[in-house]
Design a protein around this ligand. Structure first.
Ligand code: SF4
Length: 341
């Protein structure tokens, strides 16, 4: 164990159950080694409320995840990040002003829309969604969330990830011609009144750099080199890629897919490299696991043993993540509608 690791473990032992460290699947192995729980963003946010003895929660992930943990934890618990500058570029592609403007456009042209917001979004965007009758979703339950809207005879306004939105619509049998892309940099999202009138789903033009890096060419190369391989990608990948794969799914679904694979199988995975490497390590000797392309989230990588240790030693006030109470109340509406699905 390195010296940094020993110091972190000594502080963890001192705090005992009063300290909870959460590590997202995309964190580096040296950080995950100190986590009490690993998981995707929502699993971890839920855990924060389950550990009743934890006074301080350290979220090793990106900013919107720590916000969700703050909103779903008990009021006497405090949530901290080792590196508060670890944001999510995709979440930041949807700001409150742009979403409000888009909502006004849709409201004036029918009003039969409901917002569905990916948990990879800021608390303010979740609050706007809650205020307008919508709900949050994860990449695991996006199809259920879409169906919840359709069952009410409404149309879906999804943000901030174009690709998860388009892939979910496709999974539900919605034709590409009924899915329109709203570009917040253009007047009226770049959409004509006719396009808005005929769309069943409108998706925000946002993306995750890590998953947008996967391409049709990479899939063709794997099919040529490893014809026996199964390919699974995350649904934040472009729809052309997803449709050529054997399977697609959230991080939790990718883990389940790998766990269920038969001995000796080759599986090529398109998601953040740290998770792929961890799975390859865990199943070494049983499965042959490869990355579709080494794709790393630079923001997830901002957390390391050094800034984790510094946080545990000094607990600076600036490292605490606290969502404004009014914003949190409205954002919780959209999270609770999702949890009730
Ligand atoms: S992997 Fe993508 S969605 Fe996740 S934090 Fe990084 S940029 Fe955001």
């Amino acid at each position: 164990m390195t010296e940094l690791a020993q110091q972190i473990e000594a502080i963890r032992a001192e705090w005992g159950k009063r300290l909870l460290i959460l590590g997202h699947h995309y964190q580096r192995a040296s950080v995950v080694a100190h986590a009490d729980e690993t998981g995707d963003s929502l699993e971890l946010a839920r855990k924060s409320g389950e550990y009743g003895d934890a006074e301080r929660i350290v979220f090793c992930g990106v900013h919107f995840m720590a916000e969700s943990a703050d909103m779903l934890s008990r009021s006497e618990q405090s949530v901290y990040m080792p590196e508060t500058g670890a944001g999510c570029p995709m979440a930041d592609m949807a700001d409150a002003g742009a979403m409000a403007a888009a909502w006004q456009v849709l409201d004036e042209r029918g009003g039969d829309w409901l917002p569905v917001v990916y948990v990879n979004s800021t608390a303010v965007i979740k609050a706007l969604c809650g205020q307008n009758g919508g709900l949050c979703c994860t990449s695991s339950n996006a199809a259920k969330a879409f169906q919840w809207v359709l069952d009410q005879g409404k149309r879906i306004f999804f943000l901030p990830d174009e690709h998860l939105g388009a892939n979910t619509a496709y999974d539900l049998g919605i034709a590409d011609s009924e899915v329109a892309i709203y570009d917040p940099r253009q007047p009226q999202g770049g959409l004509s009144d006719e396009t808005i009138a005929s769309a069943k789903v409108i998706v925000w033009k946002g993306f995750c750099l890590v998953h947008k890096a996967f391409s049709v060419e990479q899939i063709s190369q794997v099919r040529d080199r490893l014809p026996e391989a199964k390919i699974i990608v995350h649904p934040e990948s472009p729809k052309e890629v997803v449709r050529l794969c054997d399977a697609h799914g959230s991080t939790a679904q990718i883990i389940d897919y790998v766990n269920a694979a038969q001995e000796g199988e080759t599986i090529v995975i398109g998601t953040e490299l740290n998770l792929v490497q961890r799975l390859a390590e865990k199943h070494r000797g049983r499965l042959n696991i490869k990355a579709l392309k080494p794709s790393v989230c630079a923001n997830m990588a901002k957390t390391n043993e050094r800034n984790l240790l510094e946080l545990l030693q000094s607990w600076p006030a600036a490292a605490e993540i606290r969502v404004d109470a009014e914003v949190a109340a409205e954002a919780r509406l959209s999270l609770e509608r999702m949890l009730a699905l």
